[in-house]
Each structure stands twice: as C-alpha cells, then as structure tokens.
Design a protein around this ligand. Sequence first.
Ligand code: 13P
Ligand code: SF4
Length: 303
Amino acid sequence: MNTQIIKEILKLKEEKNVVILAHYYVPDEVQDIADYIGDSYYLAKIAKSCEADTIVFCGVRFMGESAKILNPEKKILMPDLTADCPMAHMVSLREIEDMRNKYDDLAVVCYINSTAQLKASSDVCVTSSNAISIVKSLPNNNIFFIPDKNLGKFIADNVPEKNIILNDGCCPIHAAIYASEVMEEKANHPNALVLAHPECEADVLAIADYIGSTSGIISYAKTSTSDEFIICTEDGVEFKLRSDSPNKKFYFTKTRPSCSNMKLNTLEKVLHVLQTEENEVVLSKEMRESALAPLEKMLELGK
Ligand code: 13P
Ligand code: SF4
C-alpha cells in the first residue's frame, strides 16, 4: 500500500516541480520521502533558497506560515492545515503592548513557534538553534521573550548580561518530559548521556549533558564517542538518530514525548495535496508584510 503511495508522491512531485520539506518530528515514512528534513531554522532557510514553485511543508502551521511569509510568490501546501502548535498562541498582543509600555529599551524576541500575528508584533524571530547568539547580538538590554518560558529561561542563563522577561507559555510535549522519568532512564542506562531540547523544563535541562535544537541533538549523538543516549525531545527524531547511527542506543522517557499535531502529517495526506493542490497556506498581504521583517532579521542575524 505504502509503496504505491510513495511511487505516486515521487512521480507527482517531479512532474509538478514540488519540493517536500519535513520537520524531524513528523512520522518516519514522511521524513523518508522528503527532499529536505531538518529543524525549524534549516527548513526556513531551505524554504527561502529552494527553486521550486510549490513547497509541501510537513510540519505544523507556524512553519508553513513562516515559509509563506518568506516566499509570497511560492505556493505553500500543508498535508493537514489543522496541524497547529498550541504554544504558538500562548501570549496575547495585549501582553506585548503592556511590556512595550513598561520598558523603554525593549526588544520583543519571538520564538518561531508563534502565530504570524505574534511575529508581526515582534522585533526579531529566533529558533532554538540561533536564539542565544541573536539575543546576544541585540543592542537592547530588556528582552521580552515569547512565547516559551523554558527556552526563555535557557537564554537568560546563557545571556546573563541582559534582562530577559519571561512569558508563561510552554510546549506541552516537552513539559511532559519529567526529570523523575529521565532519572529512571539514567538508573537503567548509567552510561547514557542526556540530550535535551531547550523547550524542556529547567529541572530536565539541569541534568542534561547537552542542550540544543533537534538538529543539534542529532549531530551531537552522531559525532559523540558515547553510544547510548537518553533523548529529551519529541520522539520523531529517533528516525534520523537511528539512520545516522544504527549501532547506537537511544532511549526516551516512559511518558513518550509524541506531538499529535506533528503526527497529523501522513503519506496519504501528502499525496492528497500533491494531487489536488488543496490546503494552501493563505495569509493576507498585510499580515505577510508585517511579519516579514522579524523573520528576515533572524535570517540576517543568524548568518
Ligand atoms: P527545532 O527543530 O527548531 O529544534 O524545534 C523544535 C520544535 O518544537 C518544532 O516544533
Ligand atoms: Fe509545538 Fe511542542 Fe509540538 Fe513542537 S513539539 S509543534 S513546540 S507542541
């Protein structure tokens, strides 16, 4: 069954000059047919630089929207437009406005995991792979970091010279990676290194041997001389971890971190959007234009 779907996908994507992008959290079989797989930053850069007229973006809504904002002339299709990141909505425009009124020298730094509207109200976007260096490079002393308090706290720890104001949002999947369960894995596998995404809670980050984005975790595991790892991020990364290092061992916590929104990306839906060109990401011109500057600033400062 899958073989036939895959054959059709590969044929149509060739015929229609479509590039398929997939985040590391989508199901294995979807990562397998993608032209590019990567973390949020890499995918945003590829969406901008690839030559295709149409991109099928296998991820969640904010990723498709960012691709559209950066490439208004390209058609961005998503296998499932309802695949949304709950954290992307966890701050209000009112809170941003209040913070701007409260502080003179303030930069609103927006994690890319946010709605287009929130991006439009921010000064610069970041992803987990460039957040520290971008925040460091800003001239402002006061930084309102939205929406993720855990990534915000991680930045604050690494950029102590700035006043990082945190917002009360988080990723429910990473927040359910409990330090107690990480410790259980450590007890079972005493030689395993703990590799954690900065969306994890502070008590998990405190016991991590390495903290980084999904691609950071993947390249750390690949190049490390260790061969056992406890992975503290969404379980879709296991596909790339295993294909890069088939002889290494990867463990996840008992409450397996799985993002139901990312898992909405199926091969059947990829084929459907290739056939019908439905599920196009549409944003008003006004919204696209006002959310463009913070994304472009990220690409510029992230170089
Ligand atoms: P990165 O792949 O950029 O590390 O982001 C993880 C994430 O939460 C995407 O939803
Ligand atoms: Fe959002 Fe968390 Fe899912 Fe990433 S893993 S899309 S941050 S809910």
